[in-house]
Design a protein around this ligand. Structure first.
Ligand code: 2HA
Ligand code: ZN
Length: 285
């Protein structure tokens, strides 16, 4: 089978296109990786190169040893990937220690995996463990409204989760476990990957302050939908803040708790704290 005919490949490219359409991928901003299923690898294995050298990942991911990943390339523009996926994308194989990778398909004009490969693989390693292998996708996007909020709201999991939950009834249902926030750090390395992946133990969405967001999921729809829901809620909050520093009414902690039964969710009380004044938006006092 031709690699480009694989269903996972088509779904991956559709997600790249959709992310670009949302305005989250200026220039080479953002990156996407998919942990390929064994039977999907077998169906295309005869198309793989075997002449590439092993190169260091830049992080140690022993629980991903031997796995294959479809990955966006460093410096590649999301805008161009659907037009020529064989140039913008690659498949990598990890060695039996999870220390090195080699390119087995793609980057037809030369190329390497995304600069955020350490973060992606460290997140995959955590999510593979905590979801019993269910999660296969890690997505990084430069979501405009979340980035804007990270200049104004206090950088805490509690404040971001609560304010985003309040902006849309759907939010506590879509991410009942909350959202993590990483203060500004240098991107593209192991350190930011380690901090982010620790948060992925409990969350499936992590904000990189003044940079963007990471989301994890089992399917392309679920992962994209999570990013989209959070960014939509952030857009509503930005609009509210532009109209007024105060909310006239809001979704209260009591309202949020009332969603738990009907939607079969459990909300961490850590996010349902009492505010001195429900009408004041943090950062707008
Ligand atoms: O350029 O988004 O974080 C890709 C990135 C780096
Ligand atoms: Zn980025």
């Amino acid at each position: 089978m031709r690699v480009l005919e694989s269903k996972f490949m088509r779904d991956f490219i559709n997600m790249v296109q959709e992310g670009y359409n949302q305005g989250w991928h200026e220039r080479n901003g953002g990156n996407l990786t998919y942990r390929i299923r064994q039977h999907e690898v077998e169906a295309i294995r005869d198309r793989f190169y075997d002449h590439h050298d092993w190169l260091p990942i830049g992080a140690s991911v022993p629980d991903l040893a031997g796995e294959f990943f479809l990955v966006t390339g460093t410096g590649q523009f999301f805008r161009n990937i659907p037009v020529d996926p064989e140039v913008g994308l690659g498949i990598i194989e990890l060695d039996d220690k999870g220390e090195n990778y080699r390119i087995v398909w793609g980057w037809a004009e030369g190329g390497r995996p995304t600069s955020e490969l350490p973060s992606h693989l460290l997140n995959h390693q955590v999510k593979k463990r905590v979801t019993n292998g269910r999660h296969r996708i890690i997505y990084h996007a430069h979501t405009t409204n979340i980035i804007a909020l990270s200049f104004v709201l206090p950088l805490s999991d509690e404040v971001f989760t609560r304010e985003l939950w309040e902006m849309s009834t759907e939010c506590p249902v879509v991410f009942p476990e909350g959202i993590g926030v990483v203060d500004w750090m240098v991107p593209g390395g192991r350190e930011i990957g380690i901090v982010t992946s620790r948060m992925m133990e409990k969350y499936s969405a992590v904000i990189w302050a003044m940079h963007g967001m990471f989301c994890s999921g089992a399917t392309f729809d679920e992962t994209f939908g999570l990013m989209h829901t959070i960014e939509k809620s952030a857009e509503i909050l930005v609009k509210v803040m532009m109209m007024s520093p105060r909310k006239r009414q809001t979704i209260t902690p009591e309202n949020l708790r009332a969603l738990e039964g009907p939607f079969h969710i459990t909300l961490d009380e850590r996010f349902l704290y009492e505010k001195p004044d429900d009408s004041i938006i943090p950062g707008m006092e």
